[in-house]
Design a protein around this ligand. Structure first.
Ligand SMILES: Cc1ncc(COP(=O)(O)O)c(C=O)c1O
Length: 493
């Protein structure tokens, strides 16, 4: 199995993450900060150690500025809704994730004014000048996505940070796709709010995320409740991190997150970054040389996170994703990736793209096998409608037959089409269609060589011919409905 969906969540996790979580739950499972018995203290130490490690990773001024959240979505909601009030103005881009778009949409409905900047290049870069031009007296926040989860294009946050600092505006970054995989320094990049997942690049478990809150920010709380200190106060304490961490934190997840970040420090962020970048470059280079592929990435590898998108001509992204999974055991994601606006910008809406996102545990062999598999799929499209058999046309009069298919060959999408044919039989019709479209080779119907397709089905008026040879002689008449479906596309790599 090859896992290439690290942009959704990283997998596998380092062995130490599994072990730490197992040990935590067995031996340190008290409630951190609630009580002074040894299990509660042990749990608290683990939580605070993780806080320190995460703070170090992003160069936060103080550990307390790292707030544990459920995921990146939670962190984005806390930042946006804690900051923006009706009448405020916020600037963002069109390439973000729904986790950023939807809270902004809700705030917009409540009276916050939102400017959504379009990228100034086809790759999807948002110009710092455009940000500066959009700033008004009411602008309270600029919020940008560090790397697109569709194309992996990395935005120049250090340039945005300079502008926002200059105009005394709060700068928030969605670093879901970069934290733990790409160096981020909140101080030198002038980032005031940094939201990220713990379960992606930081190699922690699901249910973990972080919001870094910088010194310039005073966020309102979205939740109030029990904190691990100041029990005597009636109101929510103002101190960080307690102000924003009401209720029992996900201490088990945080223990795993700590192990993930330790692993990153032990391996070295630079090494992880270099390996992932090497694999990503390999993917881009390899896909670039396969014909009939549209590739959506940055042109410059230095501006590319380990996330890339592509489409294969003649296939829907969902089909390619399913073939990669079912026939080649490659886990890729297909569709809109929760970022419809990014696809509108790319011109890939509404079907989306196929996304490959390698991680530190992928190998060069994984990438080579993936490229081979994509090449096979592309070749299969070219041979999708192919017959070697020379078939005779029996009928003297042309008849109209509806052909329905999940095959879509270039310039000839068969999905529900009326075909005028002189063919007297199903076999002849197939041959006629093949010849018409200059598809002359044998793979599709030839079971001897038929390693391109492991399963297909042919129907005439709803009757299925599982074995195509049995159906070839079936006579056709005016108004018949023929269905040609590939069920499991190319037999695997
Ligand atoms: C750019 C971006 N932002 C936010 C999120 C949401 O992350 P989470 O699933 O941790 O809430 C994702 C997840 O894929 C993402 O790619």
């Amino acid at each position: 199995m090859i896992y290439l969906d690290n942009a959704a969540t990283s997998w596998p996790k380092p062995e130490s993450v599994y072990q730490t979580m197992d040990e935590f739950l067995r031996t340190k499972g008290g409630n951190p900060g609630r009580g002074s018995h040894s299990l509660a203290v042990a749990a608290r130490e683990v939580v605070e150690e993780t806080r320190m490690l995460v703070a170090r990773l992003i160069n936060a001024e103080e550990n307390e500025r790292v707030i544990f959240t459920l995921n990146c979505t939670d962190a984005l909601n806390m930042g946006l809704k804690g900051m923006l009030k009706p009448g405020d103005h916020v600037i963002t881009s069109c390439i973000g994730h729904n986790s950023l778009f939807r809270p902004l949409k809700k705030l917009e409905q409540q009276g916050v004014r939102v400017t959504r900047l379009s990228p100034h290049s086809r790759e999807g870069f948002v110009s710092p000048d455009d940000i500066e031009k959009a700033i008004t007296q009411q602008t309270k926040l600029v919020v940008m996505t560090h790397a697109s989860n569709v194309t992996g294009v990395i935005q120049p946050i250090e340039e945005y940070g300079e502008i926002t600092r200059h105009h005394n505006i709060i700068f928030m970054v969605d670093a879901a796709q970069t934290a733990g995989r790409h160096p981020i320094d909140v101080q030198s990049d002038n980032v005031d709010l940094l939201a990220f997942s713990g379960h992606k690049g930081l190699l922690g478990p699901p249910g973990t995320g972080v919001l870094y809150i910088g010194e310039r920010v005073d966020l309102d709380t979205l939740r109030e409740g029990g904190t691990s200190s100041y029990s005597e106060l009636e109101e929510q304490p103002l101190d960080l991190p307690y102000r924003y961490e009401s209720g029992t934190v996900n201490s088990l997840g945080i223990s795993g997150l700590g192990a993930g970040v330790k692993y990153i420090f032990n391996e070295g962020l630079e090494r992880i970054h270099t390996h992932e970048r090497y694999l990503t470059d390999m993917l881009i280079e390899g896909l670039f040389h396969i014909r009939r592929i549209a590739l959506y990435t940055a042109k410059n590898g230095a501006k590319q996170a380990p996330v890339i998108s592509f489409n294969v001509e003649g296939y829907e992204p969902g089909e390619v994703g399913a073939i990669l999974d079912q026939s080649f055991d490659i886990k890729a994601r297909a569709g809109l990736h929760c970022a419809p606006a990014a696809h509108r910008t790319l011109g890939t809406y509404p079907l989306g793209t196929v996304r490959l996102s390698p991680g530190y545990f992928n190998t060069v062999q994984d990438i080579n096998l993936t490229l081979d598999s994509v090449e096979k799929i592309v070749e299969a499209t070219i041979h999708k409608f192919v017959s070697k058999k020379k078939l005779k046309i029996h009928s003297d009069h042309p008849v109209k037959i509806t052909v329905e298919s999940n095959l879509s060959i270039p310039n000839f999408d068969l999905n529900e089409r009326d075909v005028e044919t002189q063919s007297g039989t199903l076999g002849a019709l197939l041959g006629e269609l093949s010849n018409k479209h200059e598809l002359t080779e044998a793979e599709f119907f030839d079971s001897e060589q038929g390693n391109l397709y492991s399963d297909y089905a042919v129907y005439v008026n709803g009757w299925s011919y599982k074995n195509i040879a049995d159906g070839l002689g079936t006579p056709l008449k005016e108004g018949d409905k023929v269905g040609i479906y590939l069920n499991i596309l190319p037999a695997g790599g």
